[in-house]
Write a protein that binds this ligand. Sequence first.
Ligand code: RB5
Length: 143
Amino acid sequence: MKIAIASDHGGYQLKEEVKKYLQSREIEVLDLGTNSEESVDYPQFGRACGEAVAGGKADRGIVCCGTGIGISIAANKVKGIRCSLCTDVNMAEMTRRHNDSNILAMGGRITDTETALAITAAWLDTEFEGGRHQRRVDMLNSY
Ligand code: RB5
């Protein structure tokens, strides 16, 4: 599996922790920046991750900003993206099972690293259930 990751300055530290975690699991990482805590604009980075996933350059993506909100909105502007802002493990499992989430969003100023890595693990390892949920995902994809 190849995961695209992106953040703004508010999510930079968390992105780096997520990157280390993914690499420790020998998951290939496509890092789309940002590369420091210098102020940048989250829409640019959320869109880049969305386009990487929608365009097939990565299988799924993970985005971080201060709250996780702005960058998730940006990623969800890209057709085909189902970006889920998660603050706990249950949300991560449910959004994989029911929404076939293809991008995970988290907030570097909201979620501590230990929780964020537990969320990441759950989101990576939970399968989509399909069935009645496939119809609903198809509806999302058609909009
Ligand atoms: C940047 O200060 C902050 O607005 C951004 O990281 C994010 O929280 C936006 O939703």
